[in-house]
Ligand binder design. Structure first.
Ligand code: FAD
Length: 537
C-alpha cells in the first residue's frame, strides 16, 4: 500500500463567515453588522463535515418523478433524498427564504444575501426554491387577500416537507412558471390560457417548458386571460383539498443543479387566482424577477468564493518543484487574479443587496440599472473562474470527490435562467434610457474614487451612455461589462486594501483586459491578494 503524502487536509470543518474577510467587511459596510452573530452561526453550521456531505448526497441521489401510483392515479410528486430536506431545513431556519420581508430593518436584504452566499457554496440546488420564495413576496403583495393567507406561512422558519394543502402546512415555498416551449425570453409569446370562473377564480390550460422545484406549494404563473398576459398564483392543492391539475410531464436531465428538480408541466384546467391587474402580468411578475436576478448575482459570487477558497487552500499545502504552489510566482498570479474577480463580485453583489434595503432615488436607480448589468457580468465570469480554480487542484480537481466538478457544472445556470446574458444587456440599455437621472446617479458612484485609471475609464463610459448611438444593441454587452467594471473598481478603491484596488484597476480597466486568469501585470502585490482570499483561521 502506498503512503499518501503531499495532499492538503480537507477544508472542513470551517466557518464560511468568519474565514471570509471580504464577506465580513461587506456585511459591515452595507449596514448588516447586526447580523454578525447569526451569520457566524450559519457559517459554522454550513462548514461542518456532515453538512458539506449533505451537499454531495443531495446531488448524488437525484430527485425522482412519480407521475402515477401503482393503480394509475395521478401523483405528480417528486421524491428527494433526505439530504435535500435537511439542507432546506437549515436554509429556512436561517430565514434565507423570507427574513427581509418578515423582519424588515436596515441591512435585512444584505444579511440575507450573506447567508445565501454561504448556503450556495455548500449546495446550490436548494437555493432555487429559497430564491423563488424570497422573490415571490413583493409580487404576492399585489393581491392583498392572497398575501394575507400565504405570507404568514412563507415567513415561518420550520421547513415542512409534507405534500399537503397549504392550510395544514407549517411553512410553504413558492416557485414560478413563465418559460414556455416556443419562447422564454419573449414572454409575450406565452400561450397558456386562463379561463375565468363564476367565482372570479381561473382555470389554466397549457404548459410550461421549465418549472423548477415542482414540489413547491404554489407557483406564480403567467397565462393569457381575456385582457392579455396576466399573473396568477397556482397552488398545488385546490381549495377543495384535491390535487390541482398540474401534471408533471418529466424532469429535465440537467448539466448541473442536479439536486434540484426542474420540470416540464401541463395544466389541465388548473385552479389559479389572479395576482395584480389583469393584463399586467409582466410588470407584476417582473418584481419577482428583480429579486431573483439579485439572487443570481449572489449565487454566482458564492460559487466563485467557494472555488477560490478551495483553490487557495489547496495551494497553501500542495508542493510542486520544491515549493508550495502558492509560492510559485505564476500560480500566485493565477490565484490573485481569481481572488480579484471573487472580491469584486462579492463587493458589488452586497452593494446591490443594500439597494434592495433602501427606497431613495439612488437606490431605485441603482437597482433598476445595476441588477441586470451585474447579473450579466458576474454570472458570466463564474464558469471560467470555476474552471481555473479546478485546474489549481490538478487532476484531483476533475474528480467528483472534490466539490470542483459540481461548482463547474453549476456555474452556467445563473447566466441562462431568469434572463439570459443578451436579454440582461438589452435591459441595461432600456433601464439607462428610461430611468430619469440614471447617468447622474451612476456618475456619483464612480466620482471621487481617487484613481486616475478609473477616472479615465468612467469618463469614456459616461460619454458612451450619452452618445447618439447609445442604444446600439450590438454594443450592449460591452457597455454592461464596462459599467460593472467601473462600479467594482470604485468599490474596491474605496473599501479594499490598496493592493487589491491597484491590481483590479491595472488588470480590468486597461485595454488588455480579458483572456485567461493569471495575466496580472508585473508590480502588483499578488501574494497579498492571494493570502487575503485564502480561508482564514
Ligand atoms: C436549470 C434551469 C431552471 C429553470 N427554471 C425555470 C423556472 O423555474 N421557471 C421558468 O419560468 N423558467 C425556468 N427556466 C427557463 C429559463 O428562464 C429560460 O430558459 C431563459 O429565460 C431563456 O429562455 P429560452 O430558453 O426560451 O431561450 P430563448 O428565449 O430562445 O433565448 C435563446 C438565446 O437568445 C438570446 N436572445 C433572446 N432574445 C434576444 C434578442 N432580442 N437579442 C439578442 N439575443 C437574444 C437569449 O439571451 C438566449 O441566449 C430554467 C432554465 C434552466 C436552465
Amino acid at each position: 500500500m502506498f503512503d499518501t503524502s503531499n495532499q492538503p487536509p480537507p477544508l472542513e470543518p470551517y466557518n464560511l463567515f468568519t474565514s471570509d474577510i471580504v464577506l465580513r467587511e461587506a456585511v459591515k459596510r452595507e449596514q448588516a453588522n447586526w447580523a454578525d452573530n447569526g451569520l457566524t452561526t450559519l457559517g459554522s453550521t454550513l462548514g461542518k463535515p456532515e453538512v458539506i456531505k449533505l451537499g454531495f448526497d443531495a446531488n448524488k441521489f437525484a430527485p425522482q418523478l412519480k407521475t402515477l401510483d401503482r393503480y394509475g392515479h395521478r401523483l405528480d410528486e417528486v421524491e428527494f433524498h433526505p439530504a435535500w430536506h435537511e439542507l432546506l431545513a437549515i436554509a429556512l431556519r436561517a430565514g434565507l427564504h423570507s427574513s427581509p420581508w418578515a423582519e424588515p430593518k436596515p441591512g435585512a436584504h444584505v444579511a440575507r444575501a450573506a447567508g445565501t452566499f454561504m448556503l450556495n457554496q455548500v449546495e446550490s440546488g436548494v437555493y432555487c426554491p429559497v430564491a423563488m420564495t424570497y422573490g415571490a413576496v413583493p409580487t404576492l403583495r399585489h393581491a392583498p387577500d392572497i398575501a394575507k393567507q400565504w405570507l404568514p406561512k412563507i415567513f415561518g422558519r420550520d421547513y415542512d416537507k409534507r405534500f399537503i394543502p397549504m392550510k395544514e402546512k407549517i411553512t410553504v415555498l413558492l416557485g414560478m412558471g413563465m418559460t414556455e416551449n416556443q419562447g422564454g425570453s419573449d414572454l409575450r409569446t406565452n400561450s397558456t390560457r386562463a379561463e375565468v370562473q363564476g367565482d372570479g377564480t381561473y382555470r389554466l390550460h397549457g404548459n410550461k417548458w421549465f418549472m423548477s422545484a415542482p414540489m413547491c406549494d404554489a407557483f406564480l404563473v403567467l397565462a393569457q386571460s381575456a385582457k392579455g398576459l396576466s399573473c396568477f398564483l397556482m397552488p398545488r392543492w385546490t381549495p377543495e383539498e384535491k390535487r390541482n391539475a398540474i401534471h408533471i410531464v418529466r424532469l429535465k436531465d440537467k448539466l448541473g443543479n442536479r439536486s434540484n428538480a426542474s420540470s416540464e408541466v401541463e395544466f389541465d384546467g388548473a385552479y389559479a387566482q389572479l395576482v395584480g391587474d389583469e393584463g399586467r402580468g409582466i410588470p407584476t411578475i417582473i418584481e419577482m424577477a428583480g429579486h431573483t436576478r439579485l439572487d443570481c448575482c449572489i449565487g454566482s459570487s458564492g460559487l466563485m468564493r467557494q472555488a477560490v477558497a478551495q483553490a487557495t487552500h489547496h495551494a497553501r499545502y500542495r508542493v510542486a518543484f520544491q515549493k508550495k504552489l502558492i509560492d510559485q510566482p505564476l500560480m500566485t498570479n493565477v490565484l490573485a487574479d481569481m481572488a480579484l474577480e471573487s472580491e469584486a463580485a462579492t463587493a458589488l453583489t452586497m452593494r446591490l443587496a443594500r439597494a434592495y434595503d433602501e427606497s431613495d432615488e439612488t437606490a431605485q436607480v441603482f437597482r433598476r440599472v445595476v441588477t441586470p448589468a451585474a447579473k450579466f457580468w458576474i454570472c458570466k465570469r463564474a464558469p471560467s473562474l470555476c474552471l481555473e480554480a479546478m485546474e489549481v487542484l490538478g487532476g484531483s480537481g476533475y474528480i467528483e470527490d472534490s466539490i470542483m466538478p459540481r461548482l463547474y457544472r453549476e456555474a452556467p445556470v445563473n447566466s441562462i435562467w431568469e434572463g439570459s446574458g443578451n436579454v440582461m444587456c438589452l435591459d441595461v440599455l432600456r433601464a439607462i434610457e428610461r430611468t430619469p437621472n440614471a447617468a447622474e446617479v451612476l456618475k456619483r458612484e464612480f466620482a471621487d474614487a481617487g484613481d486616475g485609471r478609473l477616472k479615465t475609464f468612467a469618463v469614456a463610459l459616461q460619454q458612451r451612455m450619452q452618445a447618439a448611438d447609445r442604444n446600439d444593441e450590438s454594443q450592449a454587452r460591452a457597455l454592461a461589462r464596462d459599467l460593472v467594471l467601473a462600479l467594482q473598481a470604485a468599490l474596491l478603491i474605496r473599501h479594499a486594501p490598496p493592493a487589491v484596488a491597484d491590481a483590479f484597476c491595472a488588470s480590468r480597466l486597461s485595454e488588455e483586459r480579458g483572456g485567461a486568469f493569471g495575466a496580472l501585470p508585473r508590480g502588483v502585490n499578488a501574494r497579498a491578494i492571494a493570502e487575503r482570499a485564502a480561508p482564514q483561521g
